[in-house]
Design a protein around this ligand. Structure first.
Ligand code: NAD
Length: 350
């Protein structure tokens, strides 16, 4: 008898695995998990209440024949080997951001999934969250973006980045810790990036093997210019209080102000005297619009597999963000030199 619901394995059951699994569970069956840490697996089972087969290594999970797809929610450096093995085992792959530490790693994932004819999506939910999606929509009224600026100075100590997060070769560095969501949204607003310049500040927090502050300038193919500033050691703000945005468009502007409880969007066209104000809240105090965004990602991924419906995201968004991050890293080592994209023209698809 034909099965009606797809069967998923979750690979990586730390902080984010159980969250994503809950949303996958709304549209598919989560039947297996894998994590080398027994504590992590137990916490997953306790927090989700799901009945799952447990594996300590991903190869054993991938040998399970009746699993259709896997979600990769382990450390960023594990995404490439696991995605490649999953594709070779015929499983579709939903990979959490950040796709991988380097662009060549991303291309290995893409090539393996294409060769095996399985789908590959990278979860970049920011562009799907209501206030940010509304700004993308407002461009129809306000015109093409000319300049966009985002500042993310916050205190990362309570977020407790440790282990693999603190090592550039395993995480991808500062922008993979924080800033990758913003880069994806800036791309959704302005299109492809043409060149990247980055400068790193002196290190404040010694737990990282990279500087904990960076300023990045972006030049988009559209002609728009972008700025993203990130500091992980700014004691006056927490994560959810930062990453608002200021946007100048051809016919007006937008300003997004974030806080713990709500997100406020102000916008105005050049011909208007009064600004518009839209307020967004999330019942239950979760990050505004995040649950609906995760729901859309996972629903789209399942529909893409089941009937080929074009999804809201594929691997492209994930790879292009890694490309900006890698270019910024490279630029910081060359005194902020402009690095043209694509970074690896020889790896681009024909
Ligand atoms: N979309 C979002 O908003 C969002 C939010 C948080 C994290 N993430 C992403 O989710 C991923 C995981 O982040 P996290 O915060 O849960 O990290 P984490 O460190 O809390 O958890 C990672 C888990 O992976 C396990 N692991 C390590 N090696 C493994 C392997 N080879 N196979 C299977 N499991 C392995 C670890 O034991 C740990 O339990 C990262 O890619 C991160 O960027 C996305």
């Amino acid at each position: 008898m034909e099965r009606l619901r797809l069967r998923f394995g979750i690979i990586g059951t730390g902080n984010f695995g159980p969250i994503l699994a809950t949303f996958i569970g709304e549209v598919a069956d989560v039947v297996a998990i894998c994590d080398p840490s027994p504590n992590s697996r137990s916490r997953f089972v306790e927090s989700t209440g799901l009945k799952v087969a447990e594996f300590a290594d991903y190869q054993s999970l991938l040998e399970t024949r009746d699993i259709d797809a896997v979600a990769l929610t382990g450390p960023n450096f594990t995404h490439t080997p696991i995605a490649v093995a999953a594709a070779q085992a015929g499983k579709h792959v939903f990979c959490e951001k950040t796709m991988a530490p380097t662009v060549p790693d991303c291309w290995k994932m893409v090539r393996a999934c294409e060769a095996a004819n399985v789908n590959l999506m990278v979860g970049h939910k920011r562009r799907l969250r209501l206030p940010w999606a509304r700004m993308i929509q407002l461009r129809e009224q306000l015109g093409q973006v000319a300049a966009i600026s985002i500042v993310g100075y916050f205190d990362a100590r309570p977020d407790d980045f440790k282990g693999w997060w603190t090592r550039e070769s395993e995480s991808g560095g500062i922008l993979a810790l924080s800033g990758v969501h913003e880069l994806d949204w800036m791309r959704a607003m302005c299109g492809d990036v043409e060149a990247v310049s980055g400068v790193a500040g002196p290190q404040v927090d010694r737990r990282y093997d990279f500087s904990d502050s960076i300023h990045v300038m972006l030049r988009f193919r559209s002609g728009a210019i972008g700025f993203l500033g990130v500091s992980l050691s700014y004691p006056l703000r927490r994560y959810r209080q930062v990453y608002g945005a200021e946007v100048t468009c051809r016919h007006g502007g937008m300003r997004l102000v974030t806080s713990f409880q709500e997100v406020n969007l102000h916008w105005k066209s050049l011909s208007e005297s009064e600004e518009h104000h839209e307020r967004f809240e999330e019942p239950g105090g979760d990050p505004v619009g995040a649950n609906e965004a995760l729901r859309k990602e996972t629903r789209d991924f399942v529909r893409w597999i089941v009937d080929g419906t074009e999804p809201c995201l594929t691997w492209r968004e994930g790879l292009r963000c890694v490309e900006v991050i890698e270019a910024a890293r490279r630029s910081t080592k060359q005194s902020g030199a402009w690095i043209p994209l694509p970074l690896y023209p020889e790896l681009e698809m024909k």
